[in-house]
Design a protein around this ligand. Structure first.
Ligand code: AMP
Ligand code: MG
Length: 365
């Protein structure tokens, strides 16, 4: 009897706990899901989509943080990015014989030449930098770049003669080039354009604009080391960018000279350490001083420029390589919101010169 009563109580207890569980289980599940939501959100916000390919003789890479694109949408976006870069090449690559720049270079007349709006924008900006740098940067330097063996044309065997250099110098000069009403014009027939010092930066800006138009905020666009960093990285922090040690022949990622934190701006680096030529024991840089006709020999190993857009950073980095730190700081001060770091050969090592606001970008991590 007792046992029976006991069994009755036990049964009641089991039923009661079953009843409670039935009641509380859905609530527990909801609480559990609610607890998971922030983790799921964080996971989605940190999801990175990557695109890469080849353009302008180098690589491109795009990283999108907080990417919610389906496979199909990603393929479409990659197609659009490739299309934009193909368009920049069609306008500004002198390796494509049918590009706008090649057709302009081949034309031997002073008749105004109609080109795309992107091309006009880049040439106008290049002319502005040429003027402000008093010819240290010159988008018509192509014949000299070729002569020294760094262009699309045939270079000289060995070191060119003084007469050859002078002949090429007579074929160049940004003052012989003008832009008017969407057209460009040369006033000496042999004048040619070379936009290798600025086109990559412009390409980076074009891709960044496309991403912003599509509502993306957190991304990194990189064409051969010229970058636009927008918003934050996958850890919710500014993008962590390495400025390389400018060791001759070094590969990408061989060592950091400095680490920069960037968000909402661009950085471009120009250097003598990856593209150079050796004649006997002497090295010749691919960056030419149009004022002398010779490759630069001012001990500047690399210049990194931070600016609001990558076209500005790219053009200024090349201009500052030619000008060196003393003269270059004066040019930099004419461009608002720009900073630069010069890494200069010093015996076996390096010293650096930084513009006053450069330290704001140094990584504190
Ligand atoms: P970057 O790597 O951006 O400094 O561009 C270097 C390229 O710009 C060279 O390979 C040349 O095609 C071209 N270049 C060389 N010297 C100059 C110069 N003084 N002004 C403008 N473009 C130059
Ligand atoms: Mg450049």
């Amino acid at each position: 009897m007792l046992e029976h009563r006991g069994a009755g109580i036990k049964k009641k207890e089991v039923m009661a706990s079953k009843f409670n569980l039935q009641k509380t289980l859905p609530a527990l599940v909801i609480i559990f899901i609610l607890l998971l939501v922030p983790f799921f959100r964080a996971w989605k916000d940190a999801r990175v989509c990557e695109f890469s390919g080849i353009t302008m003789g180098t690589y491109y890479r795009v990283q999108l943080v907080g990417c919610r694109l389906s496979k199909m949408e990603m393929a479409t976006l990659k197609y659009d990015i490739d299309g934009i870069l193909a368009q920049v090449n069609k306008e500004m690559s002198d390796y494509d014989p049918q590009s706008e720049i090649s057709l302009f270079n081949k034309s031997l007349t002073s008749v105004p030449f109609n080109v795309s709006s992107g091309f006009v924008k880049v040439v106008s900006f290049a002319l502005m930098v040429a003027e402000k740098s008093r010819g240290a940067f010159d988008p018509t330097v192509g014949p000299l770049v070729d002569l020294w063996g760094f262009g699309s044309g045939v270079g000289s065997e060995g070191v060119p003669s003084v007469a050859e250099i002078q002949k090429r110098k007579d074929q160049i000069g940004y003052t012989h080039l003008s832009v008017r009403n969407g057209e460009i014009q040369k006033d000496i027939p042999g004048l040619r354009l070379a936009l290798g010092a600025i086109a990559k930066g412009y390409g980076v800006d074009c891709v960044a604009d496309l991403l912003r138009e599509r509502g993306m905020e957190n991304f990194l666009v990189d064409i051969g080391g010229e970058l636009v960093a927008s918003g934050h990285n996958s850890r919710g922090l500014p993008w962590h960018i390495s400025v390389e040690v400018p060791t001759p022949g070094a590969g990408v990622g061989d060592g950091s000279y400095e680490i920069i934190d960037l968000s909402g701006c661009a950085i471009a680096t120009s250097g003598d350490y990856r593209n150079y030529r050796m004649e006997q024991t002497k090295t010749y840089s691919h960056i030419i001083d149009p004022r002398t006709g010779w490759p630069i020999s001012n001990m500047v190993a690399s210049v990194s420029v931070i600016a609001g857009d990558c076209m500005t950073a790219d053009a200024l980095a090349t201009a500052l390589m030619v000008m060196g730190a003393e003269e270059g700081m004066g040019l930099l001060s004419q461009f608002p919101e720009t900073e630069a770091m010069f890494i200069i050969h010093d015996g076996e090592g390096y010293v650096d010169r930084r513009s006053p606001g450069f330290h704001k970008y140094l990584s504190v991590r």
